[in-house]
Design a protein around this ligand. Sequence first.
Ligand SMILES: Nc1ncnc2c1ncn2[C@@H]1O[C@H](COP(=O)(O)OP(=O)(O)OP(=O)(O)O)[C@@H](O)[C@H]1O
Length: 264
Amino acid sequence: MSADPTAADGPDTPPTHEGDGPLLSVRGLTKSHSGDGGPVHAVRGIDLDVARGQFVAITGTSGAGKSTLLHLLGGLERPDSGTIRLAGRRVDGLSEARWAVLRRRRLGIVFQFFNLVSTLTVADNVEMPALLAGRGARSGRSDVRELLVRLGLDGKRDSLPGDLSGGEQQRVALARALVNRPDLLLADEPTGSLDSRGTREVVNLLSEFHARGQTIVLVTHDARVASAAERVLTVSDGRIVDDIDLTDGNGSAAGAAGLVELAE
Ligand SMILES: Nc1ncnc2c1ncn2[C@@H]1O[C@H](COP(=O)(O)OP(=O)(O)OP(=O)(O)O)[C@@H](O)[C@H]1O
């Protein structure tokens, strides 16, 4: 992995080596939104470590603060206090421009609504982040081809997003998020607008990428989706109130049961 181009550390930050410690480390994270009746304390002091390769699902009732937390982790919103470290480097104080670089090079983000460019083909949508990250078109294209094949979308490479099913569009969004081989995939309700078939497709792909070592942090309302993860956090009123390890002790997700359920 190349040196972090976005280093935001001040002199107080001890040097760390990538690979040491958790991929993601959050301490004392808080965030309020301004609401009509005063500040809404969406995130109220979250501590969280996510190991490399871990698949973490964040669940909780509506308004619990899940999306705000995910947005903070992706630099889409700024914390009021607390620290976020990615691969040992503090990133919470990065400028907009540096967050943009970080997102392009090291993060993949998927949302409920796929945010594809409607006038670009599937292949061009997927290739876009590789081009934006300054990777040569040729290496970008071979990665795009490989991803489209792996995601079962090769036959759709020249289609426009509007001609695809919801599940297919989310697979394109997933391919776009993964094309730069991100350290961390963040997903906010990625199955929230899909039917059960689309949900199954996306969950199976997430499980497959996790099995290949992809670190994933996913927000979901859907217990079946959460059960594909190996660790499930419950957020309530801006705090983590439960942290369950679903692995069976051998490193494999007990959530395979969830996949079976989805496949029926
Ligand atoms: N931009 C905003 N401005 C004002 N309040 C906000 C904003 N975004 C979120 N909130 C409030 O912050 C709290 C947490 O919202 P958040 O969207 O993080 O919760 P959530 O758990 O993701 O909910 P849902 O599952 O419904 O998406 C809620 O009370 C919400 O109304």
